[in-house]
Design a binder for this molecule. Structure first.
Ligand SMILES: Cc1ncc(COP(=O)(O)O)c(C=O)c1O
Length: 367
């Protein structure tokens, strides 16, 4: 089966993980610190913290904004469930907005109708790696949480996606462009917010007893600690960070492979009048996380591809259609994408033959 998403691990990751295991310390430590420093340099930010998942980074991001209870947070319905769950878990209300059909991203125009006096923040998602047109959204003067789970290597306005808003998050789960198994990152414009996040990440305990005993001149009762705030545990591990460090070294090569496949699809599908291809512009560096097409007979195409051993999917079933969120606002573009959208295979381990096979099968569907 040719899979829609995939990782690209090699001997280097195996050796890095094995080295960490041999060092008899797989929990948070030097590898996490090294990853944080290297990734901070990569996104050109002084403020970056590794946590245990992108989902938890989202929860952390919402909490960091310290909004009044039951604030409204506007976010796309066409996104992963963790975005809305983070809002609810932090005691706020998700308000779903539409996305543009062409970009699958929110815009100032889709956000504006939902702004009320209770709006505390806007959460934007760079869908599939395409940077959101953020300037008009920042101009609304509302705090922005930037979900760059798909956009780890994407850039917009000369800056790394994730660093454009007030708080940004990344995902390093097993199928992301930079994969470490499970892992997430958080970056903040304001350094004191990141300091707070660092404090919270270990159940609200700032320092470990071991650190205090071994890194202070006159250690005293290092086993006692001050809990600053109630918080859950979101610690990353050295095991995952050591894999992440190798993946960061390989990111440029993996991105080049993703881009090449992406462009092959664009070229092959452009003349096909029943396929709507993703939009791409010269003013941005796309993250190339996923390739998304819009087609009239989507369900039939997905089934036909599955019969031909090509696994595709739809990211995402719009959240406002999910009963748990009790939303009654129609969002026509999200609903349209729900009927026509399909993510087709894009990952750096695809072979040239597999890509050619995917193209051939899709084009032949209606031939
Ligand atoms: C847009 C988006 N945000 C957040 C997440 C959550 O990331 P993680 O899987 O690391 O928890 C995902 C995961 O797929 C995602 O696609």
């Amino acid at each position: 089966m040719i899979s829609v998403f995939g990782s690209n691990f090699g001997q280097e990751e195996i050796e890095a993980a094995s080295k960490t295991i041999s060092a008899q310390w797989v929990g948070i430590g030097k590898q996490v610190q090294a990853f944080e420093e290297k990734f901070a340099a990569f996104i050109e930010s002084d403020n970056f913290l590794l946590v245990d998942s992108g989902s938890n980074a989202l929860f952390m991001a919402v909490k960091l904004l310290d909004l009044p209870p039951a604030s409204e947070i506007i976010l796309p319905s066409f996104t992963w469930v963790a975005c809305a769950q983070a809002v609810l878990m932090a005691g706020h209300r998700p308000v779903f907005c539409d996305v543009e059909r062409g970009t699958q991203n929110v815009s100032a125009a889709t956000i504006k109708p939902h702004i009320t006096p209770k709006t505390g923040a806007i959460m934007v998602v760079h869908y599939a790696g395409k940077p959101v047109d953020i300037s008009p959204i920042l101009a609304l003067g509302i705090p922005v949480i930037e979900d760059a789970a798909h956009a780890v290597a994407a850039r917009h306005l000369g800056k790394a996606c994730g660093t454009l808003g007030d708080v940004g998050i990344y995902s390093f789960d097993s199928v992301k462009n930079l994969a470490m198994g499970e892992g997430g990152g958080i970056t903040c414009k304001n350094a004191s917010l990141l300091q707070k996040a660092r404090q919270w990440r270990y159940c609200g305990i700032g320092k470990s007893g071991f650190q205090q005993a071994t890194h202070t001149k006159t250690p005293h009762r290092w086993w006692e600690y001050t809990i600053t705030d109630p918080f859950i545990k979101m610690l990353p591990t050295d095991l995952e960070a050591s894999i992440g460090l190798v993946q960061l070294d390989k990111l440029a090569a993996n991105q080049a492979k993703r881009k090449q496949i992406w462009q092959q699809y664009q070229k092959a599908f452009a003349p096909i009048n029943w396929i709507i291809c993703p939009e791409e512009t010269d003013t941005e560096a796309h993250g190339y996380f996923s390739y998304f097409i819009q087609v009239p007979e989507r369900d039939q195409l997905a089934h036909y591809l599955l019969e031909n051993k090509i696994y595709t999917t739809l990211r995402y079933h719009p959240l406002h259609l999910n009963k748990v969120y009790a939303s009654s606002t129609p969002l026509p573009n999200c609903e349209h994408l729900n009927e026509t959208g399909l993510n087709i295979p894009l990952h750096p381990r695809l072979t040239a033959e597999e890509v050619a096979y995917v193209i051939e099968k899709i084009i032949n569907f209606r031939a």
